[in-house]
Design a protein around this ligand. Structure first.
Ligand code: TEU
Ligand code: CA
Length: 550
């Protein structure tokens, strides 16, 4: 019997519910909208959906500020809609993964409201610290460019928030907090979800609140990144709850080295199934995303190879709701839109690890075409804009930072067709639709056999049917001049992947029979054209790793 867990075989698709599909014309995507698109997702070939948070929330940080862990935001529907989604997805062999944000809650959560008033058992649910108004307890900085202490008049103490000030951090030194989180996990697992994407999971346990060593950003982080206490909490959540449901977890882990990541995913430690690491997402910046640096494919490939070699099992992703669109960032979204989107598809679906796609990636959606700050909704971008102003950064530089790295780049509504609002909503969308929806949309691409969408479908089908692509080892063959080549091998079978992530022509360092080509080639090319990608199998191989899917 095949004991390989499902999450090592399937492709996972992230839905940003606010922007996916609006069923009732209020401009906000919702659960019935997702349900109406399940057939599309089944045809795409994905095996699980990760939903960004759908819980009640004041949406200061678009749902990552949860005010009730055991209900559904009325914008999205009801618990009954969620049950329908789980059941309808299951019929199509698709699992549902919830986003679990436990580092912090919303300041509107009843736990916080009671904690402010010292009502038991919530008094120590959050990280409170005595201090004079105007005199912060420590020098820490937050992820969203503010300092991270707020003085609460009602309680007469400061609380800690590593993200927005409306997102107070929970206190994982408190046994009752861990129990409360266990209850939340059981609530959803009992309803039939397959697991959780665990938001910023490696910062939940703070060793101390003392001053940190000064850094240009995130001063204090040495006191809370991947602490022993965090490992202890995760082991406990795993043994007491997750393992009993055979639940899958992917932890979002910031500033981790491969060593730190391996400690979180090593099966013998029983903590998480997988993690999202960020290093490859930091190859176009100097450590902090706002410190822009020109993208260089070599640096990117070197980082991918490093993680492929170091970690027993990776996640592979190029996009999510916090990152710019990959075709705009790593490809060329004007001259070689389709070619580069397909080259990136080849990359994300043939490396070793669980592939995660973000809604719209499969049609090559591009960065938002906004022209002014008034179009921006994201709290992080708004904070950074204001901070930049305070620091007297030139306006042009601030604008460049937001244009290139702002999170709304990925959050514009899904482009379903070329009708009004891209078929996303009958009302006014909460965030503007990218004007290129008449050129880039699902309906057109469904009808075009050579579209980015149909290339994704072929590639996913290929991966779904190929043990080599799922399980095979990874060996780098070549890296340089924008070219990346590697081999995946399992037993007698192998697949060689060659990707030219540049607009230069490049000599092909590999040979073999063509399994799939983003230029529609049938014979192995000697010279690779701009953004050309090709999957090759040995000529002599009688039993191909997987048939070419047309
Ligand atoms: O993100 C955590 C995180 O560290 C970053 O990716 C963050 O979005 C930012 O870009 C740092 O500069 C997670 C969620 O994915 C994000 O949407 C939330 O805003 C954040 O946690 C807080 O819950
Ligand atoms: Ca709606």
């Amino acid at each position: 019997m095949d004991k390989t867990p499902w999450w090592k075989q399937k492709v996972i698709y992230q839905i940003y519910p606010m922007s996916f599909c609006d069923s009732n014309g209020d401009g906000i995507g919702d659960l019935p909208g997702i349900i109406s698109r399940l057939d599309y997702l089944q045809q795409l070939g994905v095996g699980a959906l990760w939903l960004s948070p759908v819980y009640p929330s004041p949406n200061r940080d678009n749902g990552y500020d949860i005010s009730d862990y055991c209900d559904i935001h009325p914008n999205y529907g009801t618990l009954a809609d969620m049950d329908t989604l789980i059941a309808e997805a299951k019929k199509r062999d698709i699992r549902i993964i919830m986003d679990l944000v436990i580092n912090h809650t919303s300041d509107q959560h009843r736990w916080f409201q009671k904690s402010r008033r010292r009502i038991e058992p919530y008094t120590d649910f959050y990280i409170w610290k005595k201090g004079e108004p105007g005199k912060k307890p420590s020098n820490w900085g937050s992820f969203f460019g503010e300092d991270c202490w707020v003085y609460d008049e009602l309680r007469g103490e400061y609380y800690l928030h590593l993200f927005a000030k409306e997102q107070p951090d929970l206190n994982f030194h408190n046994e009752m907090v861990i129990e409360a989180i266990e209850e939340v996990m059981r609530f959803w697992l009992e309803r039939g979800v397959a697991g959780f994407r665990c938001d910023v999971i490696n910062v939940i346990y703070k060793n101390t609140l003392a001053n940190g060593k000064w850094r240009p950003a995130l001063t204090g982080s040495e006191h809370y990144i991947s602490t022993e206490g965090c490992h202890r909490v995760l082991h406990r959540l795993n043994t007491e709850v997750l393992s009993r449901y055979d639940a899958f977890t992917v932890g979002e882990t910031v500033f981790v080295t491969p060593r730190m990541a391996e400690d979180l995913v090593d099966p013998s430690r029983r903590e998480l199934s997988t993690v999202f690491a960020f290093e490859h997402m930091e190859t176009d910046c100097f450590k902090i995303k706002w410190f822009l640096r020109k993208f260089r494919a070599e640096r990117f490939f070197a980082c991918l190879t490093k993680w492929q070699k170091a970690l027993s099992w990776n996640t592979v992703y190029l996009e999510n709701h916090d990152q710019p669109r990959s075709v705009s960032r790593f490809g060329d979204d004007t001259r070689y839109h389709d070619e580069s989107a397909k080259a990136l598809a080849t990359l994300v679906l043939t490396l070793r690890g669980t592939p995660f796609l973000f809604e719209g990636q499969e049609i090559g959606m591009t960065n938002f075409d906004y022209t002014g700050m008034e179009q921006i909704r994201d709290v992080e971008s708004l904070n950074i804009w204001n901070l930049g102003q305070k620091l007297h950064l030139p306006r042009a530089l601030r604008w460049k930072m937001i244009k290139e790295k702002g999170r709304d780049n990925a959050r514009t509504p899904m482009q379903w067709d070329d009708t009004a609002n891209a078929g996303f909503s009958g009302g006014t969308p909460w965030l503007a639709v990218n004007e290129n929806y008449t050129r880039i949309n699902v309906r057109d691409q469904q009808q075009d056999p050579d579209s980015v969408l149909n290339y994704y479908r072929r590639l996913i089908a290929l991966r779904n049917g190929s043990a080599v692509l799922q399980q095979g080892s990874f060996t780098e063959l070549h890296r340089g001049d924008g070219l990346y080549a590697y081999r995946r091998a399992l037993g007698e079978q192998s697949v060689t992947v060659v990707i030219n992530l540049s607009e230069r022509q490049n000599k092909n360092p590999a040979g073999g029979r063509v399994l799939l080509s983003n230029y529609g080639r049938t014979a192995c090319p000697g010279t690779l054209l701009p953004y050309e990608a090709v999957l090759l199998v040995p000529e002599a191989e009688k039993q191909p790793a997987a048939e070419v899917v047309q």
